[in-house]
Write a protein that binds this ligand. Sequence first.
Ligand SMILES: [Zn+2]
Length: 430
Amino acid sequence: MILYRAHLLWSDSLNELRDIEDGGLLVDEAGLIVASGSFDETVAQHPLTEVRDLRPHWILPGLIDLHVHLPQYESVAMDGLELLPWLNTHIFPAEARFADPGLAKSAAQQFFGDLLSLGTTTAVVYSTVHQEATDIAFREAESCGIRCAMGKVMMDQNAPEALSEDTETSLQQSDELIQQWHGKADGRLLYALAPRFAPMCTPALMRGVGTLSEKTGAYIQTHLAESLDEILWVAKLFPECANYTDVYRQYGMLNTRTLLGHGVHLTATERAMIRRAGSTIVHCPSSNAFLKSGVMPLRRWLEEGLLVGLGTDVAGGPTLSMWNEMAMAGTVSKLRCTLLQEPEATVKPAEAFHLATRGAASSLGLKDRIGGLDKGMEADFIVVDPRVVDPAKRNDDATDRVLSRLIYRAVPRMVKATFVRGSQCFIQES
Ligand SMILES: [Zn+2]
């Protein structure tokens, strides 16, 4: 066992932070947190344990990115287009290149390595339509130690020719990947079925996805109500459905393991449908700003009781940093507050931090295992140096001020080390 000594900070709920200034985090060989509390108490209870003194660094739970596209990483920050033309111009050609296993391997190594270096310990990932590239990505995730839920993209209509598949093959290959990877590495690797979005999926495919999810416990990830042009397209393609969300409801894709990317433009009826199903909206504010999709009213969705997490949505979002995403969630909420005169819209750093840790874990059904530093949880944590982002290099500042700087002034070198289930997956070269 190892006892880590540092300032411990984690979130209990949207409004409550847990904060132990001279803390001890005791982790056993299996990567479980055996104790977390004051250092003096913890060391008194476990006097013979090896101590690693990390002061003045802080320990936080690892960050959770609920929506990100591995094959799009090479296409980040391509400015100038909105969602549908951006997909055709930049994204589909990039995804088609993943037919090459060599490229799939090197891209996955870079992607997971960069996520870990930024403090992300869990990611919910879209691969491409390629079964082999997805298998390769899972192998890389297995060996680098990151926790992830991932799936091959599924598209059986309106997709470019190089990425089109027939319904049966898409479902069959997804099922094979589920058998191979869902729950592997003692549950560190999970499968997330990935029908891209309604315009590129037939009702038969979506029904098959719902059935597979029920049968296997795999997650479902897809996109919903991201841009206005997309919503018009869905209305044309699915006249039998009352609205965009109703497409997913009618064809069996809404359950408690469904992660719906974006949800920028949702009617009250749609929000009620999502709440009833217990599905999660994944807020991707950087991507929504970058592609001019809109500004999701995060505060309102939270007050209505919707489950919400955060996602970088690379390459719609320009960076893999969840720090950046937390900052953007705060920033766009403030823009809503001033531009749209919604005085209550502002989202605080502690709330964004909750959405990126324990809140996201809860959406994944993993709130007892990850997202916090409580006894009995798996030790997914990061070591950060708050002085890196503090011009005054303080060691004794108030926690809410420290957290605000970590989020709004984040730079990669403030993350010193990243651990998943007690294993060190990243350490910053000094
Ligand atoms: Zn996306």
